[in-house]
Design a protein around this ligand. Structure first.
Ligand SMILES: [Zn+2]
Length: 199
């Protein structure tokens, strides 16, 4: 099922959180978007990993918690549009309730957001040269999504690890969905890359 992929992946993360840059040549997608107030760290890590900020076509958060979407608005100011899944829209205004003034969170506005459905994601990603799709994978939150590339790479954010999800039927269903759709290699938002156990 998985086709031959031309994508590459690097981690530009910091503070115990992975931020993945998926690239098809110079067309790049940032998966998870930094802590609030950390634009300098994000820029430094992009530079260190040879990812020009101007080559990020979109930034997409697996879910709208502060360690995953804290720089959403500031990256728009830098010219990187925010790719939002329709299942996430209502969660964005709640971001400010998780932050304190000292966090220097810049509230995400609807301006410059590109909102699509999961059903539209394959065609959308295809247009920027990235073979894959975005799946709705609730379990950690109701609005969590995962990017699944056609080579089996799955960017699962904070989706509860399957072996710990025995009491979380939503998460278990998300793992089944990912597996059935071809996921084989996991890129979580925290911790190392690992294989998805076969069932
Ligand atoms: Zn997290």
């Amino acid at each position: 099922m998985p086709g031959k992929s031309t994508t590459t992946v690097v981690n530009v993360g910091y503070r115990s959180t992975n931020y993945w840059v998926v690239s098809a040549g110079r067309s790049r997608l940032l998966v998870d978007i930094g802590w609030p107030g950390s634009l300098a760290a994000m820029k430094a890590n992009l530079r260190k990993m040879d990812v020009p900020l101007g080559e990020l076509r979109y930034a997409c958060a697996t879910h709208y918690h502060i360690d995953h979407a804290g720089l959403g608005e500031e990256l728009k100011w830098e010219g990187v549009p925010l790719l939002v899944l329709d299942v996430q829209t209502e969660s964005i205004p709640l971001m400010k309730t998780w932050t304190k003034p000292a966090d220097r969170y810049v509230e995400i506005t609807p301006d410059g957001n590109v909102t699509i459905s999961c059903d539209e994601s394959r065609e959308f990603l295809n247009r920027i040269g990235i073979p894959g799709q975005i799946l709705h994978t609730p379990g950690h939150t109701d609005h969590c999504v995962s990017l699944l590339l056609d080579d089996g790479s799955a960017f699962t954010g904070d989706l509860t690890p399957e072996e710990q999800a025995f009491d979380n039927p939503q998460a278990l269903a998300s793992w089944s969905l990912l597996r059935e759709a071809g996921a084989t290699k996991l890129y979580p938002a925290h911790g190392p890359v690992r294989p998805l156990a076969t069932r």
